[in-house]
Design a protein around this ligand. Structure first.
Ligand code: FAD
Length: 487
């Protein structure tokens, strides 16, 4: 049911942007715009941003630019964005007192702390006579909507996907309003620069702008590019990190610069020459995102606890030096190092390589998946409380519908299969750029003259493997065998 805001009051409405930094397909914005009341758009930098802790460094970079883009976009509607920081309810109370606002609208979030905070805020505001309404918009279907025949939530993806398919088309996206009524006085706003979201000493984000343009307009353009190009071939090519075959929409989705409904409906009615497999495969990935939120919603401890408690006694081997080598892309396995360096350079990593690097940390190094999740959360521009944790648990074997633990990626074979020419490795591990294709994923097996010809001295220019994969695999299986059975 679409909630509405009363149109009788003349006092302003606060429009609270959170992870929905867009004008398009924004139901809270629509409700405010059609109320006929003055609208005051606000963004609050909360101490616990998404409820799972403050945003990571890479996503703060994105947030800075995204808010700047939203400010400009609101300007075209003769409106502006008021920035404040602090505890959300305290900030809202203050803004209500300053502006005389009588109503507030927002789009819902689904992380556990976000839900708890919003429930409390809505009640407190309503108790004080303020209208408070929330709307859907972060997902295609809200996580409470799809239920199994027995009324419970889904624990495996395939039935979830089937239920999704049978639940009808997700709602059609709505257009952005053309104008927003302004209040007679604008409240004071923090300046974006005062929030110091951008890294300075050192500025580790120098290469981000080569790859990314945050903001709604860029998100829409990226969607158009994908629909006009890479979607044709997506089903096969999406696994090859050297090919521009995926949509690159994840960071835009993470801060809500584009809605999943806008993306979903853009894949309808494509020309017949685009094989249907491509569209289905792409939609299935969007629904994986939904499934991750479904898991987080129904198992709020997903970030800190194993979905499958059989893994609670897993004998991890914490090792700060090995963790650091993995983080820096200095493991001696080129595909792992290329992935970790892509992450550091661009704040993003290809999905196939995320799986390989995560498997390497968990199963070769026996380091707790939570350490990997934390590193990704800090370094990914698309860090997402549901997708990150659910995928780490998927690789670890502890998650819902997880990859079986014994599926241990061999980093050499994975590299040879998915980066056969080594183009991806050569881009992100330039010290191996001149190495023969035959050895690009196994430099430690290259004869001395081949290494010499490529200008590489192992241990000096590029590390020897920090662990022997075959031995590590045996240790991982033994560690897994020590867990008590599911019963
Ligand atoms: P496309 O292939 O174009 O897919 C379209 C969209 O579908 C993506 O933007 C994303 O929203 C969704 N999607 C695709 N694959 C997945 C998936 N496996 N799980 C959930 N949603 C998916 N994705 C995040 O958005 N944030 C994260 O923090 C995150 N952490 C990950 C951690 C690990 C260990 C792994 C293995 C995967 C993680 N993913 C995460 C999923 C996936 O790697 C990215 O969504 C994808 O690489 C984004 O690139 P794209 O937009 O080009 O994807």
């Amino acid at each position: 049911m679409i909630m509405t805001i009363s149109k009788t009051g003349a006092n302003p409405i606060l429009l609270w942007f959170r992870k929905d930094l867009r004008l398009d397909d924004n139901h809270a914005l629509q409700a405010a715009a059609t109320s006929g009341r003055p609208v005051i758009p606000i963004y609050i930098r909360e101490p616990e941003e998404d409820g799972s802790g403050p945003l990571g460094g890479a996503q703060e970079w994105w947030l800075h630019h995204s808010l700047a883009a939203l400010q400009l976009a609101l300007g075209t509607l003769n409106s502006r964005l008021t920035l404040r920081q602090g505890d959300a309810l305290a900030v809202l109370d203050k803004l209500i007192a300053e502006t005389g606002a009588g109503a507030i609208v927002w789009n819902r979030r689904y992380d556990p702390a976000g839900i708890a905070a919003d429930t409390q805020i809505k009640k407190a505001l309503r108790d004080n006579g303020i209208e408070a309404e929330s709307f859907a918009g972060q997902l295609l279907h809200e996580p409470m909507r799809l239920r199994t025949g027995g009324g419970s939530h889904y624990k495996t993806y395939t039935p979830f996907w089937r239920a999704f398919e049978q639940s009808g088309e997700p709602p059609f996206p709505i257009e952005a309003p053309e104008t927003l009524p302004a209040p007679s006085h604008w409240p004071k706003s923090d300046t974006l620069d005062a929030w110091s979201l951008l890294p300075t000493k050192p500025n580790w984000a120098t290469a981000f702008p080569q790859m990314w343009t945050p903001g709604e307009a860029a998100a829409q353009e990226k969607l158009r590019d994908f629909i006009d190009g890479a979607v044709d071939g997506y089903a096969v090519e999406r696994d090859f990190p050297d090919k521009p075959a995926t949509s690159l929409l994840s960071p835009h989705l993470a801060l809500g610069e584009i809605s999943p409904a806008r993306i979903w409906h853009a894949t309808r009615g494509l020309p017949d020459n685009i094989a249907k497999d491509n569209v289905v495969r792409f939609r299935k990935e969007l629904v994986w995102r939904e499934f991750c939120y479904h898991q987080l919603f129904h198992f709020p401890k997903l970030r800190t606890e194993n979905w499958n408690d059989r893994y609670d006694g897993f004998p991890w081997l914490p090792d700060a030096e090995l963790l650091r080598r993995w983080q820096r892309g200095q493991t001696g396995y080129p595909i792992v190092d290329a992935g970790m360096r892509q992450l550091w350079r661009h704040g993003w990593m290809h999905n196939r390589v995320r799986m390989i690097t995560a498997s390497f940390l968990i199963k070769d190094l026996l380091i707790d998946w939570r350490d990997g999740e934390a590193w990704f959360r800090d370094t990914l521009v698309d860090a997402d409380p549901a997708a990150n944790t659910a995928n780490w648990q998927w690789v670890a074997g502890s998650g819902a519908d997880a990859s079986p633990f014994f599926r241990i990626f061999n980093p050499v074979l994975q590299g040879e299969k998915f980066d056969p020419d080594g183009g991806y490795v050569r881009t992100f591990v330039p010290e191996l750029a001149d190495l023969d294709r035959k050895y690009i994923h196994r430099p430690f097996e290259a004869p001395d003259d081949v290494l010499k010809g490529a200008g590489i001295e192992l241990g000096k220019h590029y590390p020897r493997p920090i662990i022997d994969h075959a031995m590590a695999r045996r240790c991982a299986l033994a560690a897994h065998a020590s867990l008590k059975d599911d019963g």
